[in-house]
Design a protein around this ligand. Structure first.
Ligand code: ZN
Length: 233
């Protein structure tokens, strides 16, 4: 497909998602747990914890682990929001050019549709919108954010970084990063990775802490509060 064909197909996809449903306005401060880069080997256990706690979250998915893709169906069926993260998660390929980015985005949308029966308007840039790998194609994140937003897609970064990809390997630090990051915020969008066992392992503790402190847990939707990092391309 040419770049223009990719854009017109994606425009149709965004339209097919329809308008947003009525957004539930949280009574108090809200925490939006988001998990990137799965599904992977720890995603099923995470879904068990979320189900047990009655919490719905958001999964920004990839196709990196073909054997785990059925978990996207399960997550969707259990009420979690599914967002497109990237099909390949190969930054240098995705950010190689506008066409390459759109092709990967479409592949991710098609994978989600195949597993859940519908496309999604939610996405997260690989590496977040502030990533600097994308500088291999100057301005690409700016152009893609404008193009996809105009079509009706919504991208989310985060305002609470669990730090689980920053070299930390212990759950205690991840838990502390999250609770300290959420404290005092009305809307916390928390970045975690469900391909990290030590990060998945403290989710039950995050939920317990949140509930003790008056936070509710919600999945992201197209009308959820934004958390955007400065674009750095
Ligand atoms: Zn990622």
């Amino acid at each position: 497909m040419t770049e223009n064909e990719l854009k017109s197909r994606l425009r149709e996809i965004a339209l097919s998602c329809g308008g947003s449903g009525p957004e539930r306005t949280p009574a108090g401060p809200a925490v939006y747990l988001t998990f990137d880069d799965g599904p992977g080997p720890y995603t099923a256990g995470l879904l068990d914890v979320l189900k047990d706690c009655g919490v719905r979250a958001t999964f920004f998915v990839t196709a990196q682990k073909p054997d785990c893709l059925d978990l996207i169906s399960r997550a969707s069926a259990e009420g979690h929001s599914i967002g497109a993260h990237t099909f390949s998660h190969e930054y240098r390929e995705i950010y190689a050019g506008d066409g390459a980015f759109l092709r990967d985005f479409l592949a991710c949308e098609e994978m989600i549709r195949a597993r859940t029966g519908r496309y999604t308007r939610l996405f997260r840039f690989p590496g977040g919108s502030s990533n600097t790998v994308s500088r291999i194609t100057p301005g690409i994140v700016t152009r893609m954010s404008e193009t996809l937003t105009a079509m009706g897609f919504r991208y989310f970064d985060w305002n609470v970084d669990s730090g689980d990809t920053s070299g930390i390997r212990d759950g205690g630090t991840v838990l502390r990063n999250i609770t300290e990051g959420c404290r005092g915020r009305q809307a916390s969008i928390v970045l975690q990775h469900d391909i990290k066992s030590f990060s998945v392992g403290i989710v039950r503790d995050v939920i317990a802490w949140g509930r003790e402190n008056g936070y509710c847990f919600l999945p992201l939707g197209p009308d959820s509060p934004e958390a955007r990092l400065p674009i750095a391309n």
